[in-house]
Design a protein around this ligand. Structure first.
Ligand code: SF4
Ligand code: SF4
Length: 143
């Protein structure tokens, strides 16, 4: 389950959980083991499709697993001040003064430092639904 939450899950993990949990449920020596097995089986029954999407579509539909979240700069809010560039230790933010800044998703480590650096609240975290953003920095038109 932890692998699935960390973007390392595979279909075979679910099959393994389905094999192991019924055994755990009857063979665990303590109540904790039995409860854990029942909990995992219930989750697979109730949210099987959502869990599958973690490895089939590489998304967390509930927007809860941090590994699937990405950071984005909203073009409508960015004023091109550059504060986020200074805050990003991974050099993942592209831009120059008076340009709409853009986050390089390949370089971003999802640390979240840029969010608090932006006074315009232009940087957001997104799950399955990503906001529209230019692929590279573009000049800011007068608003
Ligand atoms: S700190 Fe905010 S407003 Fe300034 S460049 Fe970055 S995203 Fe744009
Ligand atoms: S989340 Fe962290 S690594 Fe990603 S752009 Fe913001 S400061 Fe840089």
């Amino acid at each position: 389950m932890a692998d699935i939450c960390r973007k390392k899950g595979r279909a075979s993990d679910v099959a393994l959980l389905r094999d192991l949990c019924p055994v755990m449920e009857t063979q665990s020596l303590c109540e904790m083991g039995r409860v854990m097995a029942r909990t995992v089986l219930s989750a697979l029954d109730a949210f099987g499709s959502e869990i599958e999407q973690h490895f089939t579509k590489k998304v967390c539909p509930a927007g809860e697993c941090r590994a699937y979240m990405t950071y984005h700069i909203l073009p409508t809010k960015c004023v091109g001040c550059g504060a986020c560039v200074d805050a990003c230790e991974d050099e993942a933010i592209l831009g120059k003064p008076r340009f709409i800044h853009v986050i390089d998703q390949k370089a971003c480590t999802q640390c979240g430092r840029c969010v608090s650096a932006c006074d315009e609240e232009a940087i957001i975290m997104a799950g399955a639904d990503k906001p529209r953003a230019p692929p590279r920095p573009i000049p800011i038109r007068r608003r």
